[in-house]
Design a protein around this ligand. Structure first.
Ligand SMILES: [Zn+2]
Length: 483
């Protein structure tokens, strides 16, 4: 039996976060009442004429530049003709033959395996279609469907990778890295749960070592990173089973069923010729000046790769820390804000990567960023440094409370009565009684067994319910036994 290798390519749709639609001035706000953000242009009523949104072109070019693509100076838009209820004009304006951006690549981090380059075939600009709302559990058993055209005409980019991805894990990492970059350059919010980032996956198997492509299937309805990974893992197993039985994989579109955890055949794949594409006669071709493209490039912010390197060189962080911290813009911004107030980068990094990330992960997968003010982490770290609370209290009591109700660390310490006793007069009595109650241990200590100090300090902490400042207690006992 052969061992198979998976060959995966992704097609990612990203809604651009322009204020208005691609060809009209309708707003693009998510969650508005259905069919309240439409006009004759985005509904394709006879006689209406489109006017290109300049920002949409800018955002597409910036995305292409961030993905190391070549930017075409002369391009145009095509009509992709097909009939579907969510497409009011019965054609979608897209770029079939002259995409704005081609031939790029994205390097993704694969942990100990180093990095991997995934080719970007193209990034093109098109218009979003409307949204069907199916009355039923799934599209397949829906009794009827309703249509909302608020979304129709929102600018959309399609990013198509080369078939360079070899596993479900790589696909997930690629998608996470891509989303990170798109968010860094602020051209989309990339909220998968709101559909502003969607992914389809093409996958085929071939015997290991072969350079010929097998027959591929396309998986639709991948609404989360987890879905992408699970669907591809499932499809790799399914296709391997088909091939091992000596059968042929059908070229078809398959729907990912999240509940059942399986892919289901939907329809045979249509050929590109089915769309009868031709240049849209209502839109003028785009001619982009080289200086203007240069200006777009100059406007790009620092990208994740460059920021990672700066975290290593500038803050002296290990590569791993820099990788984790720059894996989202929000987290990297948070880190830099905290370091401004508490200048110990490695300590700040440790707190973010362990305790803070654990709390963030306990929340919804789609929650973005860290729901804490950088200033409150600064305050927490200062409270530890000043000896007001110890690290354990900070991690186990104060931090969870900060996530829970957003109170400031100082307030929590006060309300919970956590302040360490750093007042020698309060501690003297307790220390005296502990020493008195443990004469044998005191003798041991005086006889040279320094290790028993831990026990004595522990007794004082126990008596004060953990509130005594251990460093201070240690010093005071030493002092007392010298006498
Ligand atoms: Zn409109």
């Amino acid at each position: 039996m052969h061992d198979f290798e998976a060959v995966i390519g992704l097609e990612i749709h990203v809604e651009l976060s322009t204020a208005s639609k691609i060809f009209c001035s309708c707003p693009t706000t998510f969650g508005a009442e259905v069919n309240t953000q439409c006009c004759p242009v985005c509904l394709g009523l006879p006689g209406s004429l489109p006017a290109m949104n300049r920002k949409a072109v800018e955002y597409t070019v910036k995305t292409g530049l961030a993905l190391n693509c070549r930017i075409a100076q002369h391009t145009w838009f095509d009509r992709k003709n097909y009939f579907y209820p969510d497409l009011p004009k019965a054609y979608q304006v897209s770029q079939q033959d002259a995409p704005l951006c081609t031939g790029g690549c994205l390097e993704i981090p694969m942990g100990e395996k180093g990095t991997k380059k995934v080719g970007i075939n193209r990034v093109h600009l098109e218009e979003e279609v409307g949204k069907s709302l199916h009355a039923g559990e799934t599209i397949i058993d829906a009794v009827y469907s309703l249509l909302d055209y608020n979304r129709a005409g929102i600018p959309l980019i399609e990013i198509v990778t080369e078939p360079d991805i070899r596993s479900a894990e790589e696909a997930q990492v690629f998608l996470e890295s891509l989303r990170n970059i798109v968010r860094y350059i602020e051209v989309s919010d990339c909220k998968m749960q709101e559909g502003s980032l969607r992914c389809d996956a093409n996958i085929s198997l071939r015997p290991k070592g072969s350079t010929v492509f097998g027959t591929k299937t396309e998986i639709k309805n991948l609404n989360s990173f987890r879905a992408v990974r699970r669907a591809l893992e499932y499809e790799i197993k399914r296709q391997a089973g088909v091939l091992k039985d000596g059968l042929a994989v059908e070229a078809e579109t398959r729907h990912w069923d999240e509940q059942k955890g399986i892919t289901i055949a939907m329809r045979s794949k249509e050929h590109a010729s089915y769309y009868r594409c031709f240049a849209d006669p209502n839109l003028v071709p785009l001619d982009l000046a080289a200086e203007w493209i240069g200006q777009m490039e100059a406007e790009l912010p620092e990208l994740p790769g460059a920021r990672r390197q700066r975290f290593i060189d500038g803050y002296g962080l290990p590569e791993y820390d820099a990788q984790v911290l720059t894996s989202s813009k929000e987290m990297a911004d948070f880190f830099e804000e905290v370091v401004k107030g508490y200048n110990d980068p490695k300590t700040v990094s440790n707190w973010i990567m362990t305790d803070i990330l654990r709390h963030v992960k306990d929340q919804d997968e789609e929650t973005e960023g860290i729901p804490l003010a950088p200033a409150s982490l600064v305050e927490l770290l200062q409270l530890i440094e000043q000896g007001t609370i110890n690290r354990n209290q900070a991690k186990e009591i104060v931090l969870p409370e900060m996530f829970e109700d957003g109170k400031s660390p100082r307030q929590i310490v006060k309300e919970k009565g956590l302040e360490q006793i750093s007042d020698t007069s309060q501690l003297e009595g307790v220390i005296a009684s502990v020493l008195e109650a443990n004469p044998d241990v005191v003798q041991d200590y005086l006889g040279g067994r320094e290790k028993v100090m831990g026990f004595l300090v522990g007794q004082v902490l126990k008596e004060t319910k953990g509130k005594a400042n251990p460093r201070l207690v240690n010093e005071m006992i030493r002092e007392k036994l010298k006498q």
